[in-house]
Each structure stands twice: as C-alpha cells, then as structure tokens.
Design a protein around this ligand. Structure first.
Ligand code: 3SK
Length: 516
C-alpha cells in the first residue's frame, strides 16, 4: 500500500508529477475531438482550476459535473481537486428529477454541463439558490443559452496554478450511489483514495504500465470508469481512449480497431451483446489487446469462456463498489476460477459474515465485508446509512458470497433487493412506484430475472384494475410509461400480468415467490 506524505494533493500526483519526471510529450488522452499530451492535460487542468477560482469557487465547495467522456472531464475534475474544491461527477443517464435532488443535496455552487445533456439539466437547475454558476461544455447548442463556455473561461484563465494545500484525508470528490430505498447517497472520497486503487488494482492486478492504452465502455462518472479511463492510465503514464457516445457493440469495436487499446473494460451485458453478433470476430478487434476486465455484475461462466475463445484474450471478472472506489475482489490472469469473482485484491481484506456479524468459515454463505485503504469516508448528510454501512474500518457490501478454502469467492445474490442491470444499480421499489403511478395499475412487484445470457434484468408482475386486459400492447404502454418517468435503463424488460400477487398475512408482497 502506498504511504502518502502529509502534504498531498491528488492532482499534483496524477498530473504534475509527469511533467516533473519529463513525460510532458507523452500521449495521455485521445477523445472524439483530438489527442492530448501530458503537458496539454496539465495546462488544461491549471486553466480550469484558475477559471473556477476566478468565479469565486472556494476549497471544499462542490462543482457538479454532468459531462460526457471528453477531455473537459479531465480538466474540470483535476482542476477542481487542484484548488481544493470537490467535483461531483453525475450519472449522465438520469432524469431531471434525479439531477434536481443531487444538485440540491450536494449544495453544488457550480454545474458544468455537456451540451447534449443540457435540456435535462435545465429542467433540474431552477430554484437552487446555492447554484451560482452554470458552465456549458461543448460547442453546440446549449439549453443554458446564457451560460459561459468552459473553453472560453479556460482560455481567459492563467496556465500556471499551484496546488491547494491539502492532505490525503481532505475531501477530494463525491460520487452518487443508489440504494434499495431512499434517495441516492453522496459517497465522499478523499485525496488519498485514488492512488490506492491505481496502485493496488491497476498496478497489482492489471500490471498496467506506461505502454498500456486503456479503453473503458463504463463511463467516467462511474467509479469503475473513473479508475479505468482516468486514474489508472494517468498513474502509470499510459494513454486513455475516451468515447462520448453510448457503448454499443459497434462503437466499442470501432475504438478497439482504430486505437488498439491494450486493456478493455466492460460489463457482462456488453460482452454478451458483442458475442451475440456473429459478424464480430477476432479480426474486428486488434492484436494489441492483452486483457479484458469485467465488473458491475457477475460474469456468467459461459460468456467468459466464449469471449476468450472468440477473441483469444483473457477476461478478468472482479467486483468493486462506489464505496470502495474500485475493484477489491478479482480474478487474476494467473489465478482465475471461472464462475467465481476471484480473491481479495492484495491490500484489501475480506470476510463473509452471518446475520449476527460473526465471521463464517469457508463454504458458508453470508454477507461480504471488505476493508482497505480506499473506503469512502461517509455518506453525505446521511448518518443512519453511514453507520449501517461503514462499521469501524469494515464496509458492508450488501452482496452475498461463499468463499472456498483457497480464498476464491462466489457470488450468491444480494442481501437486499437491489438489482445490478448492465452494471448500474436499479431499485425494484423505484420501478414499482413508477408502475403504480399508471392509472391502469393496481399493484406491481419487480424482481430480477435472468435473460438468455444469464444476466439479470428487471421483470415486473402487474395487477391491472378490474376488467383491463394485459397484452402485448399494454406491456409496451407500461414500459414506455416507466421510461418516461425514470432513467430509461430501469424499465422492466418483461411484464407478466397476474390476478393477484403473493403476499404475507400482513399484506407484504413475497418477492421471493416471484424470483426465478
Ligand atoms: O460494480 C462494480 O463492480 C464496480 C467496480 C469498480 C468500481 C465500482 C463499481 C461499482
């Protein structure tokens, strides 16, 4: 584990160190618009930091980032950290209501928003007295017609900037994480956390080095993507390939061909979708690719086997969390057990505990707990959930696991009702509430259901009001209704109509009777 000096600003470590060590000319980032050396990135970071200072933004104030994956994300994230402010990257797939909550909860004083996301954010950003600045990223039309352009603010700002005096324990950034009930929680991470994940997982498990080119289908606003496509490449002086568009199989394969990444990071749903297209073969990738990584949800054995057969590259399954910042349990190239999530990443400790909190021996099923040097400090403004999750230096994962004698851990479902869909949390309760908001729906229960690739997607059981028929047209109508109310990825892929739902004597829906 790295031991950090008392004076430590993560931006100096991840950005300025490369200039001090003579790597200014090395290629750091390729995005949809261009290529940027380490010197270019350092200058953009300094200009962004100075632009924030010129707006009067103070250390510890939050700057919300609703940004697609472009070099502006790097500039804004590190520019904020460098002045001691706190970037809060937001999921770019959410609704105006979700954003309104996060902007209010975080008390963000500034919002930087990609043009393409501006119509949704514009609906969220009214009536927020603490939000003093909205800045537009991009050069297209923005729904914030009067907002200053990030590029112009940066061009007018100075190119030199000294890092704010921070310590490894200063708050660096937040990420929002959703739970089964209640609103999303602001997960608070410290300056010292990023380097721990870069060294322990990026260096220790991936054995990443300066010749690696990193490409992540998971976007930078996810903890998974933040490491894959930003902190891991930056830490070793490698190169990151960024893509703003949605990670469809075609878009991903094009980047694999054009930019020849050496490490690719995806989620099982994407690996299965690529495998589902028989026209995509090894020739559609490149011979530079040495390693693939899967996280976000458990990787079905069959998908892993077919991927390696088709592309000739190992695929490492692992699991992380927003609370732990990145992957803490993983297979390794030289220690893989198919169907298992692997062993503890060195530097992290795991234990499987029973309902009473006592550690269980190998072979017994319980909840996985983890401790390590990148554990979030707390949830913002949520004492009850903080104490329930962070217990001493152990963090409850909410995942059920069985460990074997050799330390391999096999996933056995969630301790709560949460679903991981294409690597993103979905609360069944939120989908149920949306469904019952439809005039024709009396009751709804949502559970996880396996698709043909053994990947979990939401399935709804619905009781309609008297006399209404549940048919294909009603299914589509309800699916569209959910998509119009919630982030579209949350919609139920299947709807089964029932006359009634199984319930306990006290009227509680018995979801376990519907799972299958
Ligand atoms: O979902 C995961 O497995 C994950 C991996 C790395 C970082 C964050 C998360 C949630």
């Amino acid at each position: 584990r790295p031991v950090l000096p008392r004076d430590y600003n993560a931006a100096s470590d991840f950005i300025d160190r490369h200039l001090a060590e003579g790597r200014g000319d090395k290629l750091a980032v390729i995005d949809d618009h261009g290529r940027y050396s380490y010197a270019d990135i350092a200058e953009r970071v300094n200009r962004a930091g100075n632009a924030f200072l010129a707006l009067g933004i103070l250390p510890e104030q939050r700057i919300a980032l609703a940004l697609l994956d472009t070099v502006d994300f790097y500039a804004a994230f590190w520019g904020a950290l460098k002045i001691g402010a706190v970037p809060v990257p937001l999921n770019t797939l959410l609704t105006a209501e979700d954003y309104a909550y996060m902007l209010r909860d975080s008390r963000a004083v500034a919002l930087l928003v990609s043009d393409a996301l501006s119509p949704t954010l514009a609906k969220a950003a009214g009536d927020l007295p603490r939000l003093s600045h909205v800045i537009a990223s991009g050069d297209g039309p923005s729904a914030f017609a009067d907002a200053p352009r990030f590029a112009e603010l940066c061009a007018a700002a100075g190119a030199d900037l000294a890092a704010a005096e921070t310590t490894p324990d200063d708050i660096a950034f937040w990420l929002y994480s959703s739970g089964s009930t209640g609103k999303p929680k602001g997960v608070v991470h410290l300056h010292g956390h990023l380097v721990q994940t870069a060294v322990l997982y990026g260096g220790g498990v991936l054995e990443a080095g300066p010749d690696d080119v990193f490409f992540s289908a998971a976007k930078l606003f996810f903890a998974y993507g933040l490491g894959n496509a930003m902190t891991f490449p930056l830490h070793v002086g490698g190169t990151a390939v960024l893509m703003a568009e949605r990670p469809t199989p075609a878009a991903v394969m094009k980047r694999l061909k054009d930019f020849r990444p050496t490490i690719f990071f995806g989620v099982p749903t994407l690996y299965a979708a690529i495998l589902g297209d028989r026209t995509i073969d090894r020739g559609a990738s490149s011979d530079a690719l040495r390693l693939c990584v899967s996280a976000g949800e458990a990787l079905p054995e069959d998908v892993a086997r077919r991927w390696t057969d088709r592309f000739g590259v190992p695929i490492l399954d692992g699991i992380g969390s927003t609370e732990m910042l990145h992957i803490f349990l993983s297979n390794r190239v030289d220690a893989t057990k198919l169907g298992s999530t692997g062993k503890a990443v060195p530097g992290y400790e795991l234990k499987v505990v029973g309902d009473d909190g006592a550690e269980l021996p190998p072979g017994e099923l319980g909840e996985l707990m983890v401790r390590g040097p990148s554990t979030a400090a707390f949830y913002w403004n949520n004492r009850a959930k903080t104490v329930a999750t962070f217990q001493g230096d152990w963090c409850r994962t909410g995942d059920k696991y069985i460990a074997d004698e050799a330390g391999f851990h096999t996933y056995a479902g969630r301790a709560d009702d949460m679903l991981k869909v294409s690597g993103i949390w979905v609360s069944p309760f939120e989908v149920e509430s949306a469904l019952v908001g439809h005039d024709d729906v009396l009751e709804a229960a949502v559970v996880g259901h396996m698709d043909a690739d053994e990947l979990v997607k939401p399935k709804a059981y619905v009781v309609l009001r008297d006399g209404l028929a549940g048919d294909a047209a009603k299914t589509r109508e309800l699916q569209d209704f959910v998509k119009s109310r919630l982030a579209p990825y949350k919609y139920p892929r299947w709807i089964e109509f029932r006359d009634e739902l199984p319930k306990t004597a006290t009227g509680k829906i018995q979801r376990f009777k519907l799972r299958g």
